[in-house]
Design a protein around this ligand. Sequence first.
Ligand SMILES: [Fe+2]
Length: 389
Amino acid sequence: MTVEIPISEMSFPTRMVVGPGALARLPNEMEKLGTKRALIVADKGIKAAGIVERVERVIAEGGLAGAVYLGVSKNPIERDVLEGVETFRRVEADVVIGLGGGAPMDVAKTIALKATHELPLIEYDDLIGGDRKIHGNMPPVIAIPTTAGTGSEVGRASVICLGDDGHKVVIFSPHMLPNVALCDAELTVGLPAHVTAATGMDALTHALEAYVSNGNHPFADMMALGALTRIGRYLVRAVRDGSDIKARHEMMLASSMAAISFQKGLGACHALAHPLSAVADLHHGLANAIMLPHVIEYNLDAAPEAYAIAAQALGDNVSGTLALRARGCFNMVWSILEAIGSPRRLAPLGVKKKMIPTMVEQAVVDAAAAGNPKKLTPEAAKALYERAM
Ligand SMILES: [Fe+2]
């Protein structure tokens, strides 16, 4: 009997330092990289929360230097990166620290890229084979997440709004992986509940979409299930009591695991969520949170086994037919959304019906759509947006 076993691949070179208080190790990590002067890339919200000062203090106490760049937009644009590169050169930094949620970490990674790559940023778009133009000669990057959601600290992608229509472009290369991810849950303690909820739903969506996505990736699958198990147990706790450091830490772990898992691929939810940020300026996690139940319903019959296992990981204990157990995933996600008080509809958040045709056009060609277990047709994308309005 011949058994066909597909070949799978896994690479994960990012060094991870994880745990409450891990920030104190920053100077040590900078020195291990042979660096002395950091450019701290953050945004005004992180600064207002006092986190930039905490990081500056830790660097200074370690006898090293740190300059600060705060020009990061909510949905980063090209200017954020180019001005960051200018600052990086002006202050003669030798390492880039991405401090914040997805946006500052993505901008930090892209500043490191552009510091040594001459082509216009749009040339590195993954959709046109940009990854082949990215080489490893880049200044090192240390990622310090202040939310538990995007997982950009362990991701090889950076999302920047580019081109005439400002659509989200994914720049994707193993060289974009941060050298070090410093994951300290103490930095997430001050996050408001609605941000904890939205970023946590981003992590949940990463893990779920990766787990049910096309393709073969047993390592990523285990990371996805590890993330789903933690999110099922701890997301509601972290939202209800932001000072619950155990819940915060488990969500931090879950966020990184979920992001490691999506090197397998993502799916229709992210494909639909990206245009919601680019066109309607919606928070990425919130866009996922609203679209996810509709995407699960759309996909259920295409990957029932995977959804049934994901439901169990989230904590569902329903037994019965495969269809019932798969449906349990929808129910679990729905009950989490309810418990964390997440918004359900797009229209009250400013999304207009007239935006749908543009968003559909972007969604069906979004790189994430390729991983979906069922083809995301323009008709399906339109119907899913309309259902979520
Ligand atoms: Fe995401």
